[in-house]
Design a protein around this ligand. Sequence first.
Ligand code: AMP
Length: 218
Amino acid sequence: MAASKPLRIVLLGPPGAGKGTQAQRLVAHYHVPQLSTGDILRAERKAGTALGKEAQGYMDSGKLVPDGLILGLVERELEKGLTGYILDGFPRTVPQAEALDIMLASRAVPLEGVIELTVDYDEIVRRATGRRSCPNDGSMYHLQSNPPKVDDKCDKCQGALVQRDDDKEETVRKRISEYEEKTAPLRPFYEKSGRLKRVTGTGGIDEIFERIKAAIGH
Ligand code: AMP
């Protein structure tokens, strides 16, 4: 049975830790929306908006988009009047986390906790750099764990598979070092206020999901 208390959490963890996958499971279980700043930025880029164009260079080189742009975008989403939420990929800097507390306090929907998915960095590089997708139908593959039947070709449409720019090894490593430098300081920030819970992010999807639910506690 789904929980009656609306879930209000931040999913924290290095890029490639599986936050997006777990966020989808949480959405289905707790019936609250996922707010992924990465997904919103990708949609803005696809739509060719000014915001999307401004974010593009940062994203392709594995750097964080400036706080000002991100906060405007989150503010816009919160205006929709959410009672529960799963924040995925936001906040990513201490100033973003401070701004989030202020934005939520004025809307009386405080954060109940922060779940940090911990995954070894070498494992992240292996997962990300093996990922391939089909630009025609969006099918996803992984060179080690879910390879296409024919090298570099989509099983469904035979289209040539591509690697996302931000999955290239150099970019993945850059994103990890950005995480260490700018996002890891969120650990002591949330630990101080007793809101941080750490969950091991390796193993099967179901197994990790059970650990997250146990950490949430409802
Ligand atoms: P993600 O899909 O969450 O890994 O995000 C993809 C890219 O979007 C990141 O590498 C950043 O360039 C940008 N991005 C997403 N969320 C944020 C954020 N909260 N702050 C700064 N940049 C972000």
